[in-house]
Design a protein around this ligand. Structure first.
Ligand code: SF4
Length: 376
């Protein structure tokens, strides 16, 4: 352990060593400190305690069934209005066709999220879920953020529970964690005013977790939020996991299995005048997340969004997952991401080994898979 430059962090270091839970004020102290070496070292200690030197990744494909969106989130460069020439809605046949053409060898997951179009009801979503399951019965389908589920429920005049029941029956295996943004109602009102609120977001996860299914969770940083909003957000996730998380080895049990810190990318958004988070802030945020979220096993450094170099460094600042091959990413590339739209297994394994970690191929629920049959 390095000497602690910022003496205010000493009581937090003692708590981390004793495996004691950190408080709201501890979170504020961490975000208020520029002693990145100490914060990163503490987070790395927790990361290695939970996940050793492993860095997880998977072989997956991203598909966005539609980019038409009724909302106007200020941080979004992806959604298009229905009258926009660039808007599209893929049919179930087109979604299956896209998967057939692009699914990488060895893939275990298709990740599908999209915009909110009031013309699309539950039947549309169930149709492509059934079509995908029929075509790829062995593939895990991780799909639809809570924001989408709440919207589909409203447009289809269904309860959230019944909507999830229908989606699950049609083929949904788990849910990604998008749409969380920042839970604080004042900030949420200013960045995504019509989106479902924190209560709707958590209700959706609760309905999934009590069915024994897994989800991820996220937080978007680098727009209008302050450190207190981030700490509040993280502690709400932690409290939900205390109540509803029931993760067991082998993919059994429901709950949050991974937290994904997301960085705001300003290009082509209504907040294009904002700079977005600095590299320093991104690393500190990953480390603070690892320290506060003591009951969520994995922290992901999403390479598409952070960039490959930052995602590598993050593996020593609390992150233990780097996402997957991805294959075709649109959401962050519409907002100016300059990363490739996908990586091969060989490339991912190389960048993980290069930062001194052991790459571990996983499925969507963190079962470890063999890599020796997967081509680069
Ligand atoms: S973030 Fe999602 S809900 Fe908001 S405008 Fe973009 S696509 Fe629509």
């Amino acid at each position: 352990m390095l000497a602690i430059a910022d003496k205010r962090l000493e009581p937090i270091a003692e708590k981390v060593a004793a495996q004691e839970r950190l408080s709201f004020d501890d979170g504020l102290a961490l975000y208020g400190s520029s002693d990145l070496a100490t914060i990163g070292s503490l987070a790395n200690r927790v990361r290695e305690r939970i996940n050793g030197d492993k860095t997880y990744y998977n072989i997956n494909l991203h598909i966005n069934p539609t980019n038409t969106c009724f909302m106007s989130c200020k941080f979004c460069a992806f959604g298009r209005k229905a009258f926009d020439d660039a808007s599209y809605i893929l049919t179930p046949e087109e979604i299956v066709d896209r998967a057939r053409k692009n699914l990488p060898e060895g893939a275990s997951e298709i990740h599908l999220v999209g915009g909110l179009d009031p013309r699309l009801k539950i039947e549309y979503y169930c149709a492509w879920l059934r079509a995908l399951k029929a075509a790829f019965p062995h593939i895990h389908i991780k799909t639809l953020t809570p924001v989408e589920v709440v919207f589909i429920a409203k447009m289809s005049k269904m309860t959230i529970g019944d909507t999830i029941g229908a989606l699950h029956e049609a083929g949904m295996d788990s849910m990604p964690g998008g749409g969380a943004e920042i839970f604080d109602p004042e900030i949420r009102e200013r960045i995504c005013e019509h989106k479902c609120d924190a209560a709707g977001w958590f209700e959706t996860h609760r309905e999934i977790h009590r069915r024994g299914m897994r989800t991820n969770c996220t937080m978007l940083i680098g727009h209008l939020e302050e450190p207190r909003h981030r700490v509040d957000h993280l502690l709400r996730l932690r409290a939900h996991q205390d109540e509803w998380g029931n993760l067991k080895p082998g993919g059994e049990g429901g709950g949050f299995q991974c937290f994904i810190p997301l960085s705001f990318h300003p290009k082509n958004t209504a907040f294009a005048h904002l700079p977005g988070p600095s590299g320093f802030d991104e690393l500190r945020n990953i480390a603070v997340s690892r320290l506060l979220l003591d009951n969520i096993p994995h922290i992901k450094a999403y390479w598409i969004m952070l960039g490959i170099k930052q995602a590598q460094i993050a593996q020593h600042f609390g992150a233990d997952d780097i996402d997957g091959t991805v294959t075709h990413e649109e959401i962050y590339h519409d907002a100016g991401a300059t990363t490739p739209q996908g990586m091969t297994v060989a490339e991912i394994e190389r960048i993980v080994r290069d930062c001194g970690r052991t790459p571990v191929l996983r499925d969507s629920v963190y079962n470890e898979l063999k890599t020796n049959e997967v081509p680069g």
